[in-house]
Design a protein. Structure first.
Length: 428
């Protein structure tokens, strides 16, 4: 049987699945949320037709047989997606009959799983969870990260998030945390933080929970602060009333890309006023009384960018990692090291010349190649250098490039020495 593989956008696949399930979702009043780890590349190569059918049929089965009103499909991939890796598709806590689920997987989905070369995973005691690992290829190593904000001023902000679904809230929180955002979920945690609406950069609230009193309160707060007011809507939302104080609208299903675009929309103009710290507001009394708060835990502040950068002591050459990576792409590690020596042995001269010429395309292509090849052989310090140079393009800091040429000369010299020592040890 021929397996048809093509490149596809995983976000578009999930949107298509969400749309195709609209009727049963509305009929059974089920909330479907996606939780996609930042390690999952946006563009993949594989059998997209089989994947669409598999996901649609699986979720339809869950909706028909589970008594849960909140369903989360989680996607995860290895932190360092090299070439072909397993992506995990998991639906937890669905409370399904084990025998019925097993029968469904073996009969209705066996063809899809075979076409996708997938593997059913059983872990823990709850065998009613659905967990399938499917191998997919990466289009280009240099494109495995996608959501880089165009300016660092957009990072590290504070969000107050209020919606009826706990699982939707936790999914959205995780997406904001990717950008180092501190997210407070629910009215109870808002109280613990001091009832101070002015300390937040974003108030994200489900439209069904708003009231006229609340909107008047937000409008008043916005006169003195830079608070952004965002409304969260169901997928069939149609704008029927004017909400002048609303900064933006988010429509389900929420993806990482949705949060990225929202942040750019809200803070792209960089016109951010200072927060006022003396406005204390008991906002709970303004909420729709139909809303009931569950138990939630406050989110701890994440590390700053500088703390994250400085906490790791990275090795020059991780030979164990390099051997594993080479094996994955059917190459002999020692031969790959020799190839790297030939190709990049004098690349510091090329890099200096490209910087002197201010040739952006040369530098960008060089960084993509350096990142790809250094990753394969386990040259972690040079890999980090390539990633940092790539960030200069993202944050428009190319004028600092000349200060990085000497750094690369030093790191390359260390790496060449490590590689030669390793190859010499093999010859003894």
């Amino acid at each position: 049987m021929d397996i048809v593989e093509d490149f596809f956008d995983i976000n578009m696949v999930l949107m298509t699945v969400f749309s195709s399930l609209a009727t049963i979702r509305d009929k059974k009043k089920i909330e479907l949320a996606y939780e996609i780890d930042a390690t999952v590349p946006k563009e993949l190569k594989g059998n997209v037709v089989a994947l669409l059918h598999f996901l649609t049929q699986t979720l339809t089965f869950v909706f028909q047989n589970s008594d849960k009103k909140e369903i989360v499909l989680s996607l995860a991939a290895p932190k360092d997606f090299l070439y072909e890796e397993l992506i995990s598709f998991e639906i937890k806590d669905v409370n399904l009959n084990r025998e019925k689920l097993t029968s469904f997987l073996k009969t209705e989905l066996s063809k899809d799983i075979e076409l996708l070369n997938g593997e059913i995973i059983h872990k823990g005691k709850n065998f009613s969870d659905i967990h399938i690992a499917i191998p997919f290829k990466l289009n280009e190593l240099g494109k495995r990260r996608y959501y880089r904000l165009p300016d660092m001023v957009m990072l590290d902000k504070k969000v107050l998030l209020i919606c009826r679904s706990e699982k939707i809230a936790q999914s959205i929180k995780k997406m904001f945390k990717y950008f180092l955002y501190d997210v407070i979920v629910g009215a109870d945690e808002y109280k613990k933080e001091g009832n101070n609406l002015a300390q937040y950069d974003i108030l994200l609230i489900e439209d069904k929970l708003t009231t006229e009193k609340l909107e008047n309160l937000i409008a008043k707060t916005q006169k003195n602060t830079s608070l952004k007011y965002v409304l969260l809507h169901d997928s069939h939302y149609e704008k029927i009333k004017n909400t002048p104080m609303a900064s933006a609208h988010l429509i389900k299903p929420i993806m990482q890309e949705s949060i990225f675009e929202l942040i750019v929309l809200l803070f792209g103009d960089k016109s951010i006023r200072e927060r006022e710290e003396n406005i204390i507001i008991d906002m709970e009394k303004y909420l729709n009384p139909a809303y009931k708060e569950g138990d939630k835990n406050p989110i701890k502040s994440t590390l700053s960018v500088e703390e994250e950068d400085n906490k790791i002591n990275i090795s020059v050459l991780d030979t164990k990692l390099g051997e594993e990576n080479s094996k994955k792409i059917a190459l002999v590690y020692s031969e790959k090291l020799k190839e790297f020596l030939d190709r990049f042995g004098r690349s510091d001269e090329y890099f200096i010349q490209a910087v002197d010429e201010k040739s952006k395309w040369k530098i960008k292509e060089f960084c993509i190649d350096l990142e790809k090849e250094s990753k394969i052989i386990g040259a972690l310090r040079v890999l980090e250098f390539a990633e940092r140079i790539s960030l200069l393009f993202v944050y428009n800091k190319l004028h600092t490039l000349p200060t990085h040429t000497s750094t690369y000369q030093i790191e390359l010299k260390k790496l060449m020495r490590e590689i030669k020592n390793y190859l010499t040890s093999l010859e003894r």
